[in-house]
Design a protein around this ligand. Structure first.
Ligand code: HEM
Length: 497
């Protein structure tokens, strides 16, 4: 039976649908308005809201808002309301992780699942997977250290002036991670190393378009970047293609070895193997596309974060010659005391690097974003002070209140002082130290990251004197809520031994 709709009926259906949509929007609005929301800081320009203040001097602006409106307030940025919480209320956000969702917030800026056409929750288990696969760092110690020493020799050698140190540091970090992720066979492949070193930069440039479309309709920008990603060529697609072509023969070889060698088969100790097991279809097949996409998500979470932290540590080392003596004494003592029977530092030796650990922790504390640890509410929430926020609200923690809190860090909390952290390792999240986040979504790679950064810094500090090219104090760059390392160049002078 065919259904023929007359022009009049069509108009009627359209009219009813329109009325339904408008009433739903109005009802939602009414429901939202009935909430006891935190104060929305007044703004001058409609639509633009606080977007200009956000980019002008966010630390100062947030300080003023906090003084005037207290622990929790909202700002109107890029067409949507964001709620900012300070040090007294952020623990509620971290504890109520069923409501304040990390993955939903990340998807807003980096909809990786949509880019790669994956189901909604495809990447949700990344955190758990990283935690499980990196839980025993001793397994990786030898190959990690070998890679680090070789990379330093290869890339800095007998010393040099490096105009773009982030590039070199990223290469050292990428090579180290490549051994852990892909194993000995693939970790030296130039195409693979190119992907490791560039994936975050490429995705960042894809995402760097300011979300002006959100002024028209919240979420429109996300739809635009997903469209751009899916239907136009971009470096990410190329990375995905190359990665699949490189891992496929290795995966097939491993499947054959396992099937043929029986009990004498030795399981490779790397993340690729763990992913093959996660995405096994049957004993002869693995879902290689999923393995490649998961590797890309791990690289995005790990390489840039570790490289920028490491570079910030080198900059702070140059900025603070008063720290050199004790750092070098500690490094040399560990180097000469080392158990010579084992060619790499064991867990015990890494944990002896206490001064270095405090130095890294202080660098992390003083170079974080102004506000961070984004969460999105998946239902309405009432804070203990009575303020309510609706579903689908972006919530950010004002990190500068926590990391520069006078109660925790003294009268001059912005002053760089590694002694702030005696007996509290850099990987440990604390009430006053949220560089790795807190709660259910705390960084699962933090033990590995600190271990890797300590090893790299240890060998660099032992081998080189380091100076800035300009000879000046090196300052970080701030864009909106993000803090990035300076573009300053560094001079590495090989020490006489
Ligand atoms: C110094 C380097 C690093 C820093 C500063 C850092 C920082 C962070 C932060 C702040 C978060 C969000 C936590 C929250 O919102 O509560 C996070 C999440 C995450 N990090 Fe790291 N990270 C680093 C290195 C790494 C490494 C090396 C890996 C992997 C090997 C990694 C894997 C992840 C993953 C998978 C998540 C998401 C967790 C989840 O979905 O539950 N990170 N990281």
């Amino acid at each position: 039976m065919s259904i023929i709709i007359s022009e009049l009926e069509y108009l009627q259906i359209f009219g009813i649908a329109l009325i339904l949509i408008i009433s739903t929007v109005l009802l939602r609005q009414k429901f939202r308005n009935s909430l006891n929301e935190p104060p929305l800081v007044p703004y001058k320009y409609p639509i633009i809201g606080h977007t200009i203040d956000y980019y002008k001097d966010l630390p100062e602006f947030l300080k003023k808002c906090h003084e005037e409106y207290g622990e929790i307030f909202s700002l109107y940025i890029w067409g949507s309301v964001h709620t900012f919480v300070g040090k007294e209320l952020c623990s509620e956000v971290f504890k109520s992780h069923q409501i304040f969702d990390f993955n939903e917030a990340v998807k807003d800026t980096l909809p990786l699942g949509n880019f790669l056409n994956r189901p909604k929750d495809f990447f949700i288990s990344t955190g758990h997977f990283v935690k499980e696969s990196l839980h025993d760092l001793n397994i990786f110690a030898e190959k990690l250290q070998k890679s680090i020493i070789n990379s330093i020799d290869d890339l800095i050698g007998d010393g040099k002036e490096i105009q773009s140190p982030l590039e070199v540091i990223t290469k050292i970090v990428s090579r180290a991670l490549a051994v852990i992720v892909l194993g000995e066979k693939l970790c030296k492949d130039e195409d693979v190393l190119h992907i490791f070193a560039n994936i975050t930069i490429d995705i960042a440039s894809l995402l760097s378009v300011p979300p002006v479309l959100n002024f028209i309709y919240p979420g429109l920008h996300q739809k635009f970047i997903v469209f751009k990603f899916r239907f136009f060529d971009n470096p990410m697609k190329e990375h995905q293609k190359i990665l699949i072509s490189k891992i496929t023969p290795v995966i097939n070889q491993r499947i054959n070895d396992k099937n043929n060698l029986g009990n004498s088969w030795k399981r490779p100790d790397d993340i690729l193997q763990a992913l093959m097991e996660k995405f096994a279809i049957d004993k002869d097949h693995v879902d290689i596309g999923s393995v490649a996409d998961f590797i890309m998500s791990i690289l995005i979470a790990s390489i840039h974060t570790s490289s920028t932290t490491l570079l910030q540590c080198l900059f702070e080392y140059v900025n603070h010659p008063e720290c050199h003596k004790e750092l070098l004494e500690e490094a040399e003592n560990i180097f000469y005391d080392k158990n010579k029977n084992i060619p790499y530092y064991t867990h015990v030796e890494i944990s002896k690097m206490e001064k270095l650990d405090n130095f890294i922790k202080e660098t992390l504390r003083t170079t974080r974003g102004v506000a961070s640890l984004p969460r999105k509410t998946i239902s309405q929430y009432t804070f203990s002070n009575g303020y309510q926020i609706p579903e689908d609200r972006m919530v950010l923690t004002i990190l500068q209140h926590i990391l520069f809190d006078q109660k925790a860090y003294g009268q001059d909390p912005k002053k760089f002082n590694p002694s702030h952290h005696v007996n509290s390792p850099a990987y440990r999240p604390e009430r006053n130290f949220l560089a790795f986040g807190m709660g259910r979504f705390v960084c699962p790679g933090r033990f590995f990251a600190i271990n890797e950064i300590k090893r790299i810094l240890h060998f660099i500090l032992l081998k080189y004197n380091i100076k800035s090219i300009s000879g000046k104090h090196i300052e970080s760059i701030r864009i909106g809520r993000f803090v990035l390392p300076s573009n300053e160049g560094l001079i590495f002078e090989k020490k006489e031994r």
